[in-house]
Structures are given as structure tokens and as C-alpha cells.
Design a protein around this ligand. Structure first.
Ligand code: ATP
Ligand code: ATP
Ligand code: MG
Ligand code: MG
Lengths: 228, 228
């Protein structure tokens, strides 16, 4: 469902160049549950942004559902991304002057064929799933760090995506709340969803079926290929 | 050095009220190293914001260095805060269109009697301390999540504060980088600095000498008072 071939990403800032991904190869099948680990600055978010079609590689190919993302037109890419992917950002990326419920409804505005009433209901169910129903009217700056993170998780799940890309989804959550969220991911994976999760916490990575380790933009360990 | 007496904080949003802190009593001596834990939404950041003089309690008293913060004039409070406290925010709070180095220098602009050259040198040393010297020209959006967090840590330490308030300082850092940061805090505490650290990770809390547990705005456990 996801295939990266020799993907390189170089950020250019004036005269400085930073190579964040270095000829990276990576394949995921439908129903996989992969944890991505690695040091701060090793390229995890850069990898997620490319997989989430939020950024383009400098070199190399990305195939989503066997279609080459690099060769797609912009609106076709946006449609595919919105229909298939749910993305949880490391910094939440919630709209500041918008309620928690409206933030969660946002991805549904781009989906065709959903009535306003269905949108509200799906958003309320998603908010209920992360135990924040009583905060539906709050704006992000009226929520704690972990509550904002859970709104971001609810937003990513509201479109019932096939592939969930989560960048450090438990970074601001206490142990008990983290377990609730990981159990949500686990049950989604059991029902056939594909999940890719960046984390620096080994007990969070333990929920995944496969672990990869990034260093300096390359995959240096992959529990799947080594069969260990 | 820090004393809270019956501190209550109620956020009012229209017709909704949220009691984030509930008649909380808390005392810290100079040289203490305290970890604050608790579920998402339990009031940890609210407590930090009041201790960091960034917000006022709704009820109760806060004494910093035996002076009542509630009774101080605004500029006296700002001077005391800038001279004594270093604050690391849960969401970093870096200036977006500013380099890493300039972000770190910012607190020094408010300190009297420091030359421009000393400011640069102190900022460079602080950036070196968190191993990000090669990123000094980057803006926050050109840095990874964990790198931004380390710039926020460097900024809090550049004024050599007596009291360091850190809200989830390792939330975005891998294990090795987290250890580096915790060892910096440990050596600062060994040299007499007072440290209060919010964390949801027990292995991070293990670096502290005293642990308190918040639930619904109250301290329900304190390793110091129980002598365990
Ligand atoms: N500005 C605000 N306006 C309204 N409610 C707020 C505001 N800030 C926090 N709250 C509420 O107060 C409660 C405590 O929030 P606080 O940020 O202190 O929690 P926390 O323990 O830091 O949580 P986390 O671990 O998720 O960061 C939460 O329920 C939150 O919704
Ligand atoms: N927009 C950008 N412009 C320039 N450099 C960038 C940009 N984004 C990231 N980088 C650099 O690319 C490298 C990889 O960044 P990335 O955000 O992918 O790391 P990460 O593994 O997610 O780190 P963390 O665990 O700290 O979130 C870092 O060294 C960073 O400084
Ligand atoms: Mg990242
Ligand atoms: Mg908080």
C-alpha cells in the first residue's frame, strides 16, 4: 500500500543544506502496524510528511496504492490523501480560533456526499472515542497539551482512513491516557487499518507489530526484514 | 523559596467554568528537585504557569522568595521573574521568524548590565550545552520537534536562573537525548539550582529527589511528606 524507493530529502536554506532522508527504501503492506524510532533530528517527521503527501521528496519515488505520487496532479493527490490518510502532527496543528468539535469536523468538509448532520455525528463520536466530549466547545488554547493532542487524534480518525500516520501521538499524554490511545490504534489495526507511528517511547513501540530505526535519514534496523 | 497557600485557579469561558487547581498547598526549598506527575488535564501546566508568574491564581497566595506575588506591582514582578526564573514551555513558545540563537538571547535583553558581546557568548554556550551549535541560524520551522525543545531549554538556562520550571522538557526527545538533558538538570541541581519538572514519564521523574502527583487540581501524593 506504501512504497518508497531511494527517497532523499534535502532542505535548502540559503547556503546551508540539510539532508534529512538519504536514499531511503521502505515498503508497508495493508494492515501493517509499524513503529518508527530514532534520535531527535534523525528524519522521522520528514519521512511522515512525505508519506502523508504533505511534502515532496527531493529525489526518489513514492507509490501510494501503486500510484506514483510524484506524477499525480495536485487535486488528484489531495483527493487521494483526504480519502485514504489520517495524519496526526507532532505539534497538533489545530486551528486556534476554532472549537475542538469544529477542528475535528474539518477533514469531513472536503469529503463528498456527507450531510451536515452526519458530519456533526461523526465528529462527536470521534471526540467521545478520545474521552473529551465535555470539551467540545473549547478552543485549543483552552485545552491542556495532552487534550489538544487527543483532539488532533480524533480529527485524524474522523474520516475513517485506511492509513493512519501518527507523529509522536502520545508525547504529551500520561501513561493511562497513552494506553487508551494505543488501544484505540490496536483495535483499528485489528479491523484492518494500516498504522505508522513515530515514537521515542519503547513501551509505545511495543504495541506495533514491526519496528524500524532511523539514523541520519536512513533505516538502520527493521524487525521485519531481520525476522527477529 | 516557593510557597503556595490554598491556591485555586478557575478558567471561565462564557458560561463554562473549569476548576484547574483546587485549594492547593505546596512548598519548595532552595535546591529541591521536584517532579510533578498526573493525568492529562490534572492541572500540571496551570500550576507551572502560576509558579512561573505567567498567570495569577483565582484565589490563594503565592510567595516567591517570601514576597507575595499577588501584591507586587507588574514591573517588580517581571524583574523578579526574569532574574530568578527560567521557564520551559510545554509547546516551546519560540519566536517563529527568529533564529535559534536569537531566541536564546531573548531573556538576556531584559537583564541589565550585560553587553551585546556577553549576550552572544552566553547564548552560544547555552546552545552548545544542548548540542545544537550547528543549528544556530535555523528558524524554529526549520528544526525538528526535539530540536525546538532543546532550543527552548537552552533559552531557559541562558540567564543562569535560580529556579528552573520545566513543563514536559523531554516530551519530544529520544531516550539518549532525554538522558543528556536530565543530566544537565541534575548537574544544575547539584550546583544549587532549584528545579521543578512536569513529566509523564516515570524514568524521567526518577532523576528528581521528590515526586508529587496531581489529580483534578489537588496534590494527592508527595514523596517528601510521606517520607517514603
Ligand atoms: N486557558 C484555558 N481556558 C480554559 N480551560 C483551560 C485553559 N487551560 C487549561 N484549561 C483546562 O484546565 C485543566 C487543566 O489544564 P492543564 O493544562 O493545567 O493540564 P495538564 O495537567 O498540564 O495537562 P497535560 O498533561 O495534558 O498537559 C484542563 O482540563 C484544561 O481543559
Ligand atoms: N523545514 C526545514 N528546514 C530545514 N531543516 C529542516 C526542516 N525540517 C527539518 N529539518 C532538519 O532535518 C532534520 C530532520 O528533521 P525531522 O523533523 O525529520 O527529525 P525528527 O526525527 O522528526 O526529530 P524529532 O524527534 O526531534 O521530532 C533535522 O536535523 C532538522 O534540523
Ligand atoms: Mg519529529
Ligand atoms: Mg500540560
Amino acid at each position: 500500500i506504501i512504497r518508497l524507493e531511494k527517497v532523499t530529502k534535502i532542505y535548502k536554506m540559503g547556503d546551508i543544506e540539510v539532508k534529512a532522508l538519504d536514499e531511503l527504501d521502505f515498503t508497508m503492506e495493508e494492515g501493517d502496524f509499524v513503529a518508527v524510532m530514532g534520535a531527535s533530528g534523525s528524519g522521522k517527521s520528514t519521512l511522515m510528511n512525505i508519506l502523508g503527501c504533505l511534502d515532496l521528496p527531493t529525489e526518489g519515488e513514492y507509490f501510494l496504492d501503486e500510484k506514483s505520487v510524484g506524477k499525480m496532479k495536485k487535486d488528484e493527490l489531495a483527493r487521494l490523501r483526504n480519502a485514504k490518510l489520517g495524519f496526526i502532527f507532532q505539534n497538533f496543528n489545530l486551528l486556534p480560533r476554532t472549537t475542538a468539535l469544529d477542528n475535528i469536523e474539518l477533514p469531513l468538509l472536503y469529503a463528498s456526499g456527507i450531510t451536515r448532520r452526519e458530519r456533526h455525528e461523526k465528529a462527536r463520536n470521534s471526540l467521545e472515542l478520545v474521552s473529551l466530549s465535555d470539551r467540545h466547545k473549547h478552543h485549543p488554547n483552552q485545552l491542556s497539551g495532552g487534550q489538544q493532542q487527543r483532539v488532533a487524534i480524533a480529527r485524524a480518525l474522523v474520516t475513517d482512513p485506511l492509513v493512519i500516520l501518527a507523529d509522536e501521538p502520545t508525547g504529551n499524554l500520561d501513561t493511562a491516557t497513552s494506553k487508551d490511545i494505543m488501544n484505540i490504534f490496536k483495535s483499528l489495526n485489528n479491523s484492518g487499518k494500516t498504522i505508522l507511528l513515530v515514537t521515542h517511547e519503547t513501551d509505545i513501540a511495543a504495541y506495533a507489530k514491526r519496528k524500524i530505526l532511523l539514523r541520519d535519514g536512513k533505516i538502520i534496523q527493521d524487525t521485519q526484514s531481520r525476522k527477529n
